[in-house]
Write a protein that binds this ligand. Sequence first.
Ligand code: DHB
Length: 374
Amino acid sequence: MLSHLLARAGVESIVLEARTHEEIRTTHRAGILEDQAVRLLTETGVDSRVRSLGDEHTGIDLRFAGESHPLDFHELVGATVTLYPQNEVFVDLAATRARDGGDVRFGWTVTALADLETERPRLTCTDAEGVEHEIVADVIVGADGSRSLCRRAVDGAQDYRTSYPFAWFGILAEAEKSAAELIYTNSPHGFALISQRSETVQRMYFQCDPEEDVADWSEDRIWSELQRRVAGADGFELATGPILEKTVLPFRSFVREPLRHGRLLLAGDAGHTVPPTGAKGLNLALADVALLGEALAAWYVDGDVRPVDAYSDKALRRIWRAQHFSSWMTAMLHTPPDADPFSIRRALGELETLTSSPGGMQHLAECYTGWPNT
Ligand code: DHB
């Protein structure tokens, strides 16, 4: 996305991507885009199918104590979200860069960074055939994910992190939709999320032990675990079918401050990671590069360095809001393995308070759909 935005401003870039196009295209990740992420894709000339294939969602269902509490984002804050999988966003962006003659190198691995405090930072990398290269640039953007090599090349910065005593077990299943909206459920057996991908393929998650082995989970065991977490007096039942994929997703919160060291700028998971509850990861990464695209263009085109200098502070304001939202949603909906009856009942009390207060619902809707003016 950043490479595309820079190209529009007449700034050249090289994208080094360690994985292959096929690997990224077939790795299932999150699926919820805020309106501003959709606008970034549709209003900057990305050849995106988000409007035709994406599914606009006007709300979610918060389900606890076996009861559904629908939240209508459109009614509460006049915004919606769009379900369009991250791997499809990637396919669109890669096609757009290919269309425009962008220099995107798949299978290239960065091995070291140097001279970050100078005006000519450089990196060494190996290409898909294992041949070593050196690239000298004006700026290096580390958008290399939560285990970022770029981030680790910098000493002395402040890292904030916390871990969680659970993870998500994610499945992709061939089944009909179980509901029109996404269901986030808090149950005595732990959290579950019922999401979707299409009329015939569904995405669901349930809270599990971080060390859980997917091989121990048969289809029957997965379906009965999900069903017992969404069960309620209303007799709600999941539509089931063959399970196409199962994975355990790690859970962590992390922020690096600042997001800049000399001529190295960090974006996306390289600079900050959120737990998946609330689907902020991809949206934050897109918000980072929207800022960076403008900032680097101002520098190159107008010689104005102020937006680049302001990038870290500006991006971090949104990042900390999203950190708060993601850990709050996580705490309210999950049941830690050692939870005592008080903390379980307290989380239900919080959900009761939230769903019975227009202000509370509005706050959640505002966070879930994004912060347009941040
Ligand atoms: C999805 C993932 C999330 O983390 C979330 O909060 C909502 C939806 C998804 O993959 O569909």
